[in-house]
Design a protein around this ligand. Structure first.
Ligand SMILES: [Ca+2]
Length: 372
């Protein structure tokens, strides 16, 4: 059997759909040749696209299939994001927060006997998909900036590594040093510059709390333990990244604490924020109606601004280690009972009570950070 190669992979133009009913997408163009270098012209081919998050070997967060016909020059044009969805949600991809790698599988006979053709980093797509969502320059890392193949003079980006504006002067990138006009005040969105995520914040009991669950780190499968490997890891309910978008990540206690047991440690929180202690949780609850009532006020739409969602937990069951999404919200504290157990608080749908319990550190619960 002949082996085929996509010799020439170009992601050249990213364009946005403006019709409300049409999904966002980006254009992908490739020339299909066989290994002898011969162009496959006027041929029906089947393709499967897989998007990996973070690294080329990272979790597959989206897959779709396409049928295409090469033209006389072997060229195919695909609109990624508008194929037949196999898994995941294109709209839920966090272009601004992560790197994505596009893996192509091809059946040169037009069927679904796909052969892997290779993986490449997507660079242009985040830029343009994101620019639809904001009128100003988009944020990216220095590495992503340097990978823009054809910056134009005057092009401007927000450098997420330095948190400064960069512009291209026709010869190279120039960084602008500015003067901070005002410090962060609670109630403003918090930018987590590790991944570009924003968190609403709310001041309660004299402390500034995240108003959304932390959603930082690399997703791993629920059956595996998070480990002390210098990689921040999270679970997503049902191993579904789009549920992390809604409910945030679920963290084992030791991972959340970044392998210290010091109450109030920064742990997995952004710089200058920390994991709330049990007493900080007590203060929060006392300020929002007390143990018997605070549940009413802490939930989304409850009026306190805390906006708790019932994100459920990662538990210790083999097979299906997730439970209680939609019915319970669990939050770790940084206060441990002993080396195996720590305090957490949970809310239950339809109940005003806020419960305190002591839970095995291997459970995966939600995390709210508090400003130092
Ligand atoms: Ca880890």
């Amino acid at each position: 059997m002949k082996r085929f190669g996509l010799f020439f992979l170009v992601i050249f133009t990213v364009w946005m759909q403006v019709s409300g009913q049409t999904p966002e997408s980006f254009q992908y163009q490739a020339v299909v040749r066989n290994t002898a270098g011969e162009i496959l012209s006027n041929q029906n081919v089947g393709l499967r696209i897989a998007l990996h998050e973070t690294t080329a070997q990272g979790p597959v967060v989206y897959q779709e299939t396409h049928q295409a016909t090469t033209n006389a020059f072997g060229l195919i044009n695909l609109s990624i994001g508008s194929g037949a969805v196999v898994s995941g949600s294109f709209d839920a991809l966090k272009w601004h927060a992560s790197s994505f790698f596009l893996e192509i599988f091809l059946d040169p006979n037009g069927g679904s006997n796909y052969v892997p053709m290779g993986t490449s980093l997507i660079l242009s797509a985040p830029y343009s998909l994101l620019s639809k969502k904001s009128s100003g320059p988009v944020s990216m890392t220095s590495q992503e900036r340097d990978a823009i193949t054809t910056p134009w003079p005057g092009m401007m980006i927000m450098n997420r590594d330095t948190r400064k504006m960069n512009y291209f002067d026709g010869y190279g990138w120039i960084e602008i040093n500015g003067i901070r006009q005002a410090d962060f005040t609670c109630g403003q969105p918090l930018l987590d510059d590790r991944d570009g995520s924003y968190y609403n914040t709310v001041e309660l009991a004299g402390k500034c709390w995240m108003a959304r669950n932390l959603n930082y780190g690399q997703m791993i499968q629920g059956i595996a333990n998070q480990t002390d490997n210098n990689i921040a890891e999270r679970y997503c309910y049902q191993n579904n990244p789009s549920l992390c978008e809604t409910y945030g990540g679920l963290y084992q206690w030791r991972e959340m604490m970044m392998y210290t047991t010091t109450e109030g440690a920064q742990g997995i929180c952004p710089k200058n924020w920390h994991i709330p202690s049990d007493s900080e949780w007590t203060d929060l609850i006392n300020a929002t109606g007390g143990t018997n009532n605070a549940g009413t006020y802490l939930v989304q739409g409850g009026g306190s601004g805390f906006e708790a969602l019932m994100g459920g937990q990662r538990n210790l069951n083999t097979g299906y280690p997730f439970a209680n999404v939609g019915t319970r919200a669990y939050f770790w504290t940084s206060t441990q009972t002993n080396s195996n157990i720590s305090y957490d608080r949970y809310l239950q749908n339809g109940t005003a009570q806020v419960y305190t319990e002591q839970t095995d550190k291997n459970f995966g619960l939600s995390v709210r950070c508090v400003k130092d």
